[in-house]
Design a protein around this ligand. Structure first.
Ligand SMILES: *Cc1c(COP(=O)(O)O)cnc(C)c1O
Length: 428
């Protein structure tokens, strides 16, 4: 397969692990050779309800039997409206909302920025250190990390301004969320000018950048400043959304009500769908025809989203994500206490991470991180890495994973770490 692949698939498309999937449900992935792997990645936070949720499968088959596509801009259909109703209900805030549907997270982010610029008549967009917003031209400009996302792919879209993030493990000890927000706000006011800023875009918990949970108060302070200055506050909840962090959206942890929420990954049980939901006056400012796309809000993907959301509600997956945190986090904390190579453990719900450092300090250890993921894979566990410095192992299990599998996955990770660092895990 590797030879066939190399002969026809572009080298620039990478894969985390060299196995070809044959079957996967809600925690176990079976490869084409019949090997079983414990999935702690969910295809990057997508298959929260599992990769073959019966409700999603039924909805997809039903819808496909009627029609697979008409294009909502040509002949609309109910599924699109139904998804927008769900999003109005689920996203933070009781205000009047409007939604538009697209295909990918990057496309949702692009459209959030389009809406903010048109609605405000301003050009500048503020993004943060360690941010990840996608791989299209505008979203590459918003993304912070050069390799592998941006290097040699420029020139990039203009009027993107990068500000310092709150990164408790790497900030000066004791820097509060409010102080970190103030640091960014001062820069925004001095270097751009508040009345040139269309939008602030922020992941409430950063994903690819290293599962960075900002200090408490950071996100609310920025949202408040945005409101006071007529700046659109866009929460990029592409990775954090749909129950992943223990609430429907991560903004809720600090009571933040974004003006626009960008969503994708977990929305539709694995089918490609993305969305923006925001204040009616912002989205309705755009002229008819200004937003859309041929495939955006595909009817099969919409049917899948409605079914996936029904499963999330029925199984109370936000509670399930909190349970996963309760099972996994104490074990990660115990590792951090014992192992000098574990600099920090953090995250919320089923979005948890271990940051590796050269023993005891803060110097990132990407080699150890890569080895941990590779060894875990050899022992049957899919665990992904991330981080600006490539030194974070991130855990994103499907939210429907059983406790036994989850525990088995963490056992493997712990024993791999023990072997590699020479420090034994906590006896259980
Ligand atoms: C994955 C991701 C994106 C990009 O989504 P795609 O569907 O890959 O385009 C944007 N923002 C965040 C926070 C993400 O995690």
């Amino acid at each position: 397969m590797a030879t066939r692949r190399a002969a026809v698939v572009a080298a620039g498309v990478g894969s985390s692990v060299p196995v070809y999937a044959a079957d996967t449900d809600g925690g176990v992935l079976v490869d084409v050779d019949g090997n079983s792997l414990i999935d702690l990645g969910s295809g990057i936070a997508v298959t929260s309800v599992g990769a073959s949720d019966p409700g999603v499968l039924r909805a997809v088959a039903d819808q496909a039997a009627h029609f697979t596509h008409t294009c909502f801009m040509v002949t609309p259909y109910e599924g699109y409206v139904r998804v927008a109703e769900e999003l109005a209900d689920l996203t933070p805030g009781g205000h009047e909302k409007r939604s538009a549907l697209f295909n990918s997270g990057a496309e949702a982010v692009e459209n959030a920025v389009k809406v903010a610029r048109l609605a405000t008549g301003r050009p500048a967009v503020v993004a943060f250190d360690h941010a990840y917003h996608g791989r299209t031209n505008l979203t590459m400009a918003l993304t912070a990390k050069a390799m592998p996302y941006k290097a040699h792919f420029g020139p990039f879209a203009p009027e993107i301004h990068r500000m310092p993030m709150s990164y408790p493990f790497r900030d000066d000890p004791g820097l509060t969320g409010d102080e970190a927000a103030r640091r960014a706000i001062t820069r925004i006011e001095k270097q751009i000018g508040a009345d040139s800023v269309a939008a602030i875009i922020l992941e409430p918990i950063q994903g690819e950048g290293g599962f960075i949970v900002p200090a408490p108060g950071f996100v609310p302070a920025l949202a408040e400043w945005a409101r006071a200055n007529g700046v659109v506050f866009i929460a990029d909840e592409v990775q954090t959304g749909f129950a992943r962090t223990g609430t429907w959206f991560a903004s809720e942890h600090e009571g933040v009500v974004p003006d626009i929420v960008a969503m994708a990954k977990g929305i539709a049980g694995g089918l490609p769908l993305s969305a923006i939901t925001g204040r009616a006056e912002l989205l309705d400012a755009v002229h008819p025809g200004g937003l859309g796309g041929t495939f955006g809000g595909n009817p099969v993907a919409c049917a899948a989203a409605v079914a996936a959301i029904a499963t999330m509600r029925r199984l109370d997956l936000p509670a399930r994500a909190r349970h996963i945190e309760d099972v996994v986090m104490p074990r990660l904390r115990a590792l951090a206490e014992r192992m000098p190579a574990v600099g920090d453990v953090r995250g919320r719900g089923a979005m948890l991470a271990i940051e590796f450092v050269v023993a005891g300090g803060r110097e990132p250890d990407p080699d150890l991180t890569r080895t941990v993921a590779a060894r875990a894979f050899e022992q049957g566990v899919i665990a992904l890495t991330c981080g600006t410095y490539g030194n974070v192992v991130r855990l994103l299990p499907p939210l429907v994973i059983g406790d036994e599998l989850l525990t088995e996955g963490i056992d493997v990770l712990e024993s791999v770490l023990g072997e590699l660092t020479g420090v034994r895990g906590v006896p259980r």
